[in-house]
Design a protein around this ligand. Structure first.
Ligand code: HEC
Length: 195
């Protein structure tokens, strides 16, 4: 976010819509919108990404998936929810990284497919209203692929792809971190990445 020198307008980059909102600070109202290029229709996984960060899926807007699974990982805290049909049995919040390959799901292995787990997360853990089949499959398409499995760090140095980032001086001794990926690599399937 940037503010004008007189403090009357603020320019806010909108993470999920590739746009900038111009906010009139005094009235706290949106005074204008700047689109950052073409806005193609959202893919299934992109629609799922919006839902992943949307607290409206939960009772009274308590939390979103991201609250307990930040950026698809875990807070590592214990949470006593109704997903296992019991109360008084707190469970460690599981990471969603690579979760598409680790069925059956839930600590007790009672979830034979991911979509059923997602429904349970919304209806029992988040006490939200019944989701549509499309919402469930969009959400699953988002976090079951690499988009949620990796850091959301913006494009830049540090990724193991060793791209030559414009304007970034790279020391020949700098070693890319193995757990950091730049945005273009997150979007590409793993097998296409140069190691
Ligand atoms: C209040 C915290 C919390 C929220 C919010 C939450 N989860 Fe979870 N999630 C958990 C806990 C705790 C577990 C372990 C549950 C169990 O084993 O019964 C879990 C387990 C899961 C699993 C199974 C992982 C595995 O390896 O078996 C998936 C998938 C999942 N959550 C997806 C989601 C999605 C999608 C949302 C949003 C719709 C969500 N969760 C919201 C706490 C949360």
């Amino acid at each position: 976010m940037l503010a004008t020198a007189d403090g009357q307008r603020a320019y806010v980059a909108n993470t999920f819509s590739d746009s900038i909102s111009i906010v009139d600070v005094a009235s706290a109202k949106i005074a204008g919108q700047i689109a950052l290029g073409m806005q193609p229709p959202l893919s299934k996984a992109e629609r799922g990404e919006l839902l992943f960060y949307d607290a409206r899926l939960s009772h009274d807007g308590w939390f979103s998936c991201h609250t307990c699974h930040p950026d698809g990982h875990t807070t590592s805290l214990l949470n006593d929810n109704q997903s296992d049909g019991s109360f008084g049995t707190p469970k460690r919040i599981l990471t969603l990284r690579g979760v598409g390959d680790t069925g059956p799901w839930a600590w007790n292995g009672s979830m034979p497919d991911l979509e059923r787990q997602v429904r349970t997360s919304i209806e029992k853990t988040m006490q939200g209203t019944k989701p549509t089949s499309e919402q469930v499959s969009d959400l699953t398409a988002f976090f079951a692929n690499a988009a949620a499995a990796a850091s959301r760090r913006p494009a830049g140095p540090g990724c193991r792809c060793r791209r030559r980032w414009l304007g970034v001086k790279r020391s020949s001794r700098s070693k890319p971190a193995s757990n950091v990926m730049c945005r273009p690599c997150i979007r590409r399937p793993r097998r296409m990445m140069s190691a």
